[in-house]
Design a protein around this ligand. Structure first.
Ligand SMILES: [Zn+2]
Length: 252
């Protein structure tokens, strides 16, 4: 095996490892999204519960006020019955009428607060439904994540061992270049050449699509490691390119 073939073998295993991990990552992301939404739901429920407590307290306060007004009116009516002068009677009447107006105002307040309480309660109910639904989604998501984790665990171990074995054949300096390229370019860390014109030895990099100098082909054919002068990826010759490089007469 030449240098390029050795590096390509490492790259292929890295690609498979990445593929496995990306499925797990997707499951992790989905689960974490469900947990975020549940936390948000809990926060909203808490805030609504506190609003409901405040409104309920206001209703209670207003009802107490109404009871006080009623007691006062009751007392005034008794006093009216024993009024000695018309003037005294009229004074009681004015106070009773004032209290009636006040009672009406407080009653309206109670109604408004009751409506508010109903609205909050129905919001709470909706959020509780959402929570139940979201929680079952979360359970499924967690199970899925765990299953995927288990599924890939042994495969990742196996591939990691395979990758390490293959990597031992490659110079550390080159390996660290590959790792950097994998971080920066993922699947485009290595790219095959594409044959544009066999006779004129015109080739391009299949990652960046830029035409490569003629001498790149001979370097690659000699098995030496070659970088794309444009995008910096490691180049290789895949089966399609090998086929395309063969003279037309020798093609099956
Ligand atoms: Zn390139």
């Amino acid at each position: 095996m030449n240098e390029t073939t050795k590096l390509l073998a490492v790259f292929r295993v890295e690609q498979r490892l990445r593929g496995l991990r990306s499925r797990l990552d997707a499951a992790e992301r989905f689960l974490s999204e469900q947990e975020t939404q549940l936390a948000k739901n809990a926060q909203q429920l808490e805030s609504l519960a506190s609003q409901l407590r405040q409104v309920t307290a206001s209703i209670k306060e207003s009802e107490d006020e109404i009871a006080k007004i009623d007691a006062r009116v009751e007392k005034l009516r008794e006093e009216m019955n024993t009024a000695r002068t018309n003037k005294e009677y009229q004074a009681f009447l004015v106070e009773v009428n004032g209290l009636k107006i006040e009672r009406g105002r407080v009653e309206e307040e109670v109604l408004a607060h009751m409506e508010q309480a109903e609205a909050i309660k129905s919001e709470i109910e909706k959020l509780e439904q959402d929570r139940t639904e979201r929680d079952s989604v979360r359970k499924v998501a967690k199970k899925d994540r765990d299953t995927r984790h288990k599924e890939i665990e042994s495969k990742v171990k196996e591939l990691t061992a395979e990758r390490d074995e293959l990597a031992a054949e490659v110079q550390p300096r080159i390996l660290s270049d590959l790792r950097r390229l994998l971080r920066e370019r993922e699947d485009d860390a290595m790219a095959s050449i594409e044959v544009i014109d066999r006779k004129r030895h015109e080739i391009s990099c299949s990652s960046c699509m830029m035409t490569l100098p003629i001498e790149v082909l001979s370097t690659l054919l000699s098995g030496r490691l070659t970088l794309c002068s444009n995008c910096g990826c490691f180049l290789y010759i895949d089966d399609d390119a090998v086929e395309a490089l063969q003279p037309a007469s020798s093609k099956r």
